[in-house]
Write a protein that binds this ligand. Structure first.
Ligand code: HEM
Length: 575
């Protein structure tokens, strides 16, 4: 056999394919056989039907028929680019992750997005923005799947699909909330813990001026572990070095539907590379327990923020985006970000929304892209050791790990890398009765939104906020929903509620004391009958009442369980 037909020719090189010029290629069918003209077809005579044997035409049409993959169920419209992250200030005292050593660099891919719209929707919609970063570290990929807001609409994960359905099209009219905002406000007015995020959304940050001018926040609490095995809670922030800018509701109509894509692409193309600094807030487990006791701020609650006065930002590094995608579909549509992609030194906290996300993303990736999505070049880890595992086969298996055993073989064993610390010592004291949990709305949930209204929004920002909300509520068909939502805003500020009443012409409820919510226990209800969500009886979900609403209370982080029942003390896993 001639040497040109040996194994080297069995695959094409990704980088070569990505960068080849059109002029350097020859037209072929998918099997590589040259075809003289792409428009030709075979038929039985000049006016006869087509021939089934015309592989070229069938090849062309059948591939075209399958060009679409499912769009992301949320965050479908997005833009992205590649770049480099660099650690400028060591975080080694708090985190053993290799990427946090001073001077350490790694390639990143970032994808920005709107949330509710389809993949063809407008970039200047009033919506939160997604901000996902894939750090290709020497110890595997770490994905920070964040938003441009530090809080979220919910803290009970089972609400997510319901909430998202209210952001999408009506099942019957097929209209979005631009034309009918009834279900949008129905959900929010039944789930008052959303109010802080609603205020951000309806305020100036609701339409950022492109993706370069917005900050990013994971919002969730995670854990950082250092080489001594000590750990702290952490929040990640990405601060735009271009500054934060916004577009007003009125002005948004003047922008192209692809404004953010154009702005990002063109600025990178002309060498004006956008940059973000990467910063952390950290607190010890003891501080987390104290924070609940003193300020009723729950670090496992995605609707709460950590006060910067007590937990100042600390800069760790920065990243810049300096390369546009060569092929949008391959590099941005197929990129799969997953909050469960963490590297040694970074661990999830018990935040229930984060915990749910750890499951949901890889599940959707298997559906949206396919089971072997991790083998695609944009997703593939680039570690400085040869990676191996026992995940084989499935659709489109490419790096299928050769002839290496597909189990833990004693004859040809795979190598294992030890953990640097005893992970069991970084867990909290979770042992308890199983509970069915649903959070309840309490006075403390209104503190941060109140500060936003009173201390952050200036006079003009307040006017824009009222006009944005009343404009949006003009399409809400149920007055009762508006009354409830104004009642919720009244708990934030009488001034805010009064202005909204004037702007909408609807007299809202005096507060939430006499409201029953279908989605949330009402810890502020006057009557016992209104306290339990949806009026559930004795066997309903009531356990958060009178307790810590999901916060880590004193003793949560005691090391008792680890000391007595950790790896050594456990009897075959029975504690
Ligand atoms: C229970 C809560 C949540 C669930 C079940 C959920 C689920 C999902 C799913 C299924 C996707 C589509 C992923 C894909 O097709 O690749 C997605 C995308 C995304 N989500 Fe969430 N999500 C939740 C909460 C959040 C929160 C709290 C944030 C921000 C802090 C967030 C940020 C994002 C971002 C940025 C994307 C787009 C990722 C990309 O650019 O590919 N999500 N989410």
């Amino acid at each position: 056999m001639g040497s040109i037909h040996t194994s080297g020719d069995q695959y094409r090189n990704y980088q070569d394919d990505r960068s080849a010029k059109a002029q350097d290629t020859i037209y072929t069918a998918s099997n590589g056989a040259p075809v003289p003209h792409p428009y030709e077809s075979q038929r039985a005579g000049e006016n006869g039907p087509l021939l089934l044997q015309d592989f070229h035409l069938i090849d062309l049409l059948s591939h075209f028929d399958r060009e679409r993959i499912p769009e992301r169920v949320v965050h479908a419209k997005g833009s992205g680019a590649h770049g480099v992250y660099r650690t400028t200030d060591s975080l080694e005292d708090l985190c053993l992750a290799d990427m946090f050593q001073p001077g350490k660099e790694c390639p990143v891919t970032v994808r920005f997005s709107t949330v509710g719209g389809e993949s063809g929707s407008h970039d200047c919609a009033r919506d939160p923005r997604g901000f996902s970063v894939k750090f290709r570290t020497d110890e595997g990929n770490w994905d920070l799947v964040a938003n441009n807001t530090p809080v979220f609409f919910l803290r009970d994960p089972a609400k997510f699909p319901h909430f998202i359905h209210t952001q999408k099209r009506d099942p019957s009219t097929h209209l979005t909330h631009a034309d009918d905002s009834t279900m949008f406000w129905d959900y929010l007015s039944q789930n008052p813990e959303s109010v802080h995020q609603v205020m951000i959304l309806m305020g100036d940050r609701g339409i950022p001026d492109g993706y370069r001018h917005m900050h990013g926040y994971l919002g969730h609490t995670v854990k950082l572990i250092n080489k001594k095995g000590e750990w702290v809670y952490c929040q990640f922030h990405m601060k735009s070095q271009q500054g934060a800018k916004f577009i007003t509701q009125e002005d948004s109509a003047n922008y192209s539907p692809d404004y953010s894509q154009k702005d990002l692409y063109e600025s990178i193309a002309k060498g004006d590379f956008p940059k973000w600094s990467f910063e952390v807030q950290t607190m010890t487990p003891k501080q987390a327990e104290e924070l609940w006791e003193t300020d009723k701020i729950n670090v496992f609650d995605l609707t709460h923020v950590w006060p910067h006065s007590k937990f100042p930002l600390r800069k760790v590094g920065e990243f810049e985006l300096n390369e546009n995608a060569t092929n949008y579909f391959a590099e941005i549509e197929q990129v799969c970000f997953n909050p469960a992609h963490m590297v040694p030194g970074i661990e999830p906290s018990a935040d229930p929304v984060l915990q749910s996300r750890l499951y949901s993303y890889p599940d959707t990736h298997r559906h949206r892209v396919g089971v072997n999505y991790q083998q695609l070049p944009v997703n593939a880890p680039r570690v400085n050791y040869r990676m191996g595992n026992f995940q084989r086969d499935g659709a489109m298996a490419f790096l299928n790990q050769g002839s290496r055993p597909n189990y833990i073989s004693s004859i040809a064993p795979i190598s294992f890398k030890e953990r640097q610390v005893n992970l069991d010592k970084s867990h909290a004291h979770f042992a308890s009765n199983a509970v069915t949990f649903l959070s309840e709305i309490r006075e403390e949930d209104f503190k941060a939104p109140r500060a936003l209204w009173e201390k952050v929004f200036d006079a003009k920002a307040k006017e824009r906020f009222i006009s944005n909300i009343s404009g949006h509520m003009a399409n809400c068909k149920e007055e009762e929903i508006i009354k409830r939502q104004i009642g919720i805003f009244r708990e934030v500020s009488e001034d805010l509620a009064g202005r909204l009443e004037k702007a909408t012409g609807v007299k809202g409820y005096p507060g939430i004391a006499d409201l029953k919510f279908n989605g949330t226990h009402n810890g502020m209800a006057r009557k016992e009958a209104d306290r339990v969500a949806n009026g559930m009886g004795d066997k309903g979900v009531q356990l958060s009442r009178g307790e810590a609403n999901g916060a880590p209370v004193r003793g949560t982080h005691s090391s008792k369980v680890v000391a007595n029942g950790g790896v050594n003390g456990a009897v075959n896993g029975v504690h």
